[in-house]
Design a protein around this ligand. Structure first.
Ligand SMILES: *[C@@H]1O[C@H](CO)[C@@H](O)[C@H](O)[C@H]1NC(C)=O
Ligand SMILES: *[C@@H]1O[C@H](CO)[C@@H](O)[C@H](O)[C@H]1NC(C)=O
Ligand SMILES: *[C@@H]1O[C@H](CO)[C@@H](O)[C@H](O)[C@H]1NC(C)=O
Ligand SMILES: *[C@@H]1O[C@H](CO)[C@@H](O)[C@H](O)[C@H]1NC(C)=O
Ligand SMILES: *[C@@H]1O[C@H](CO)[C@@H](O)[C@H](O)[C@H]1NC(C)=O
Ligand SMILES: *[C@@H]1O[C@H](CO)[C@@H](O)[C@H](O)[C@H]1NC(C)=O
Length: 320
């Protein structure tokens, strides 16, 4: 009886309330999910669009899903109201999909949602839309955990942390080189947020200062010990925590530059003074050069004379 209620090419386990449809090449969502299902796992199918009301037209019966996993389905578009009719949903996993469009109202109605996974799933246009989609509808007030690993993110893609009840933000394996002052001050303001940042290519120059001080001063970054410098080459692979204050101090860096400039100026001054001494002494120097020349000439004459004498064959014969 149970088997008969199960959608085509899915596996249903009534005890755990789980329906799993893997690698079934569904191109749409199955429309006949049993009403007892609390966990729906759709994976490895080919669903390019999640249309509005995708889960509310289940043969006219409301679903009581608490967990919905839609990873690896080739989903590119999430339309407005895609998840309406799932008021109990607690966990939504959209990882490993090539998302290019997320409607501002994509997550509308997910009042109970606590965990949202979007690992390795945001292409550039979707990154820009994410912030609006998360905040636009103000329904994700209970969001506790947001995972955004492997999305080539360069900054924290959310504009306000106070729109949610966020406790955990996972940003590992992205392209974050630094975290700017604005983001740092909003993290200081939301102390309950724990953030993961390993596997990002941090650029360890003096612009890192406010982030570096935050790492040292706050315990909000859970994997702080695993953050490594990727640039410059001289610091590649060095843990951020092992940097010294001077390494990220712009004043220090500027002072160094200033000291080189200063050294250059001093050298130039010495050169000018030297040239001036030469110039002012030009008469004396001329005299001196003349003296040297005369001395040389005298020397040469003496030498010449001797040579002539030495090479005179008659004198040689006399000697023999
Ligand atoms: C997925 O479905 C679309 C049509 O909806 C089709 O063009 C495409 O080839 C399918 N991809 C795979 C990998 O099956
Ligand atoms: C759902 O609707 C289909 C027809 O669209 C029908 O064959 C099926 O029996 C219905 N399932 C349930 C559980 O009502
Ligand atoms: C990505 O999301 C999955 C859920 O599918 C989660 O279990 C996993 O920890 C996440 N991976 C990373 C690297 O954070
Ligand atoms: C990092 O993310 C990329 C996709 O951006 C993925 O291909 C790769 O496997 C991830 N690496 C790790 C260590 O999770
Ligand atoms: C983080 O920084 C980015 C880029 O400067 C900005 O768009 C975003 O609003 C900031 N988010 C927070 C929470 O400060
Ligand atoms: C450390 O953080 C506190 C606020 O939590 C702040 O007042 C203080 O200035 C910070 N110290 C440094 C060195 O950044």
């Amino acid at each position: 009886r149970c088997a008969r209620q199960c959608p085509l090419s899915c596996i249903c386990v009534r005890d755990s309330g789980t329906v799993t449809c893997r690698d079934a090449e569904h191109t749409e969502l199955p429309g006949d999910i049993p009403v007892w299902a609390t966990t729906l796992i759709l994976r490895g199918n080919n669903i390019s669009t999640l249309p509005g009301g995708a889960f509310s037209t289940n043969n006219g019966t409301e679903l009581e899903l608490t967990t919905l996993s839609l990873s690896h389905n080739g989903i590119m578009v999430i339309e407005a109201d895609a998840f309406t009719g799932l008021p109990r949903l607690n966990l939504l996993d959209l990882s490993h999909n090539p998302l290019v469009y997320i409607s501002d109202r994509a997550f509308h109605g997910l009042r109970e949602l606590r965990s949202l996974y979007l690992n390795d799933s945001l292409l550039a246009p979707a990154v820009a839309q994410l912030s609006n989609a998360l905040q636009g509808t103000e329904t994700l007030r209970n969001l506790h955990r947001l995972e955004l690993s492997g999305n080539r993110l360069k900054t924290i893609p959310i504009s306000r942390l106070d729109a949610f009840n966020l406790h955990t933000l996972v940003l590992t394996n992205n392209s974050i080189e630094n975290i700017g002052k604005d983001n740092i001050s909003s993290l200081y303001h939301h102390k309950r947020v724990r953030i993961y940042l390993s596997l990002n290519p941090f650029r360890c120059n003096c612009e890192l200062e406010s982030f570096y001080l935050w790492l040292k001063n706050s315990s909000q970054c859970v994997d702080a010990a695993r953050l490594l410098c990727a640039e410059p080459d001289a610091k590649k692979g060095i843990p951020l925590e092992r940097l010294r204050g001077e390494d990220v101090d712009c004043l220090n860096e500027n002072l160094e530059a200033v000291s080189y400039v200063f050294l250059g100026i001093v050298m130039a001054l010495i050169g000018i003074v030297f040239l001036m001494v030469l110039y002012l002494n030009r008469r004396g120097i001329k005299r001196w050069l003349n003296n040297i020349r005369d001395a040389c000439r005298d020397q040469m004459e003496v030498y010449h004379y001797r040579y002539e004498q030495d090479s005179d064959p008659r004198l040689a014969n006399v000697a023999v």
